[in-house]
Design a protein around this ligand. Structure first.
Ligand SMILES: Cc1cc2nc3c(=O)[nH]c(=O)nc-3n(C[C@H](O)[C@H](O)[C@H](O)COP(=O)(O)O)c2cc1C
Length: 246
């Protein structure tokens, strides 16, 4: 394994941070690495908002559903879908931009946002920093829009906490690789058995951490996915001028 693969295979989300600041040089390296990532059509329809201010981080922590690691860590980055930026180019070309109203537009931007997120994670971890992605900002997207002064045609999709690690976390096991990698064609024949094995494995993982609230993967998903857990996404995205197609 080379150093990059070792870092990627050692990933774990960190929820315990020292108050020490992340240097501007480190932060800039992480962001510049992410800006070099590919984007669909070279649209570059992603923007990042860096928040270091303690009060603003505390507000984001609450908007995201009381997640204390957002306040604790020195940096919070919001990854924003930014069709406002592309609209300026489209208007300059004398055209009318409509892609943002479609599931295609939201999907493309979500893919590009994910690439930015993943690139920042590897970059930050390569510098010895800890990270945890925060989808919880979609719990109250209007609150994030107001706090960050986001204009129409933009949407705060996901965030990333970055900081110096206080307590390292053990690595969370994954489902068997054969549920992830399919060769030549899709094959779900191993899924049910792999889920049984994984449910037992992850319960054991929680027990080792003395986490009495730890659930099996199946029960955790049962609790989470039986509903649209962030129901404000669709209406707020529509108010921003996104996702308005049939
Ligand atoms: C898009 C995305 C959103 C996430 N949102 C949150 C979040 O709001 N709060 C949190 O504590 N962890 C969040 N996570 C972290 C996941 O819970 C974590 O990646 C998963 O449990 C696997 O654990 P690991 O990252 O330690 O391997 C998020 C991860 C991703 C990729």
């Amino acid at each position: 394994m080379n150093e990059t693969l070792r870092i990627q295979c050692s990933h774990r989300s960190i929820r315990s941070y020292k108050p020490d600041p992340v240097s501007e040089e480190m932060l800039n390296n992480i962001i510049v690495a992410a800006q070099h990532a590919p984007t669909s059509m070279n649209a570059q329809e992603i923007s990042l908002i860096v928040v270091r201010d303690a009060e603003r981080k505390a507000e984001i922590a609450e908007l995201a559903g009381s997640q204390p690691w957002i306040s604790q860590a020195p940096v919070f980055i919001t990854i924003v879908i930014d069709f406002h930026k592309t609209d300026l180019g489209v208007r300059k070309a004398g055209q009318t931009q409509i892609i943002q109203e479609s599931i295609e537009g939201f999907g493309v931007a979500a893919v590009d946002a994910g690439i930015v997120l993943g690139t920042m994670i590897t970059a930050a971890e390569s510098l010895g920093l800890g990270v945890v992605p925060i989808g919880g900002i979609r719990r109250n997207p209007q609150g994030m829009i107001d706090l960050l002064a986001l204009p129409p045609l933009t949407f705060p999709l996901v965030g990333l906490v970055i900081g110096h690690i206080e307590n390292n976390a053990p690595q969370k096991p994954r489902l068997a690789l054969k549920t992830f990698r399919h060769d030549e064609h899709y094959d779900a024949s191993h899924y049910a058995d792999a889920i049984d094995v994984y449910d037992a494995e992850i319960l054991n993982y929680w027990q080792q951490l003395n986490r009495a609230d730890g659930m099996t993967w199946s029960n955790n998903l049962g609790a989470a996915l039986k509903q649209v857990y962030f129901p404000h996404v669709r209406p707020v995205a529509a108010m921003q001028g996104l996702l308005n197609d049939k």
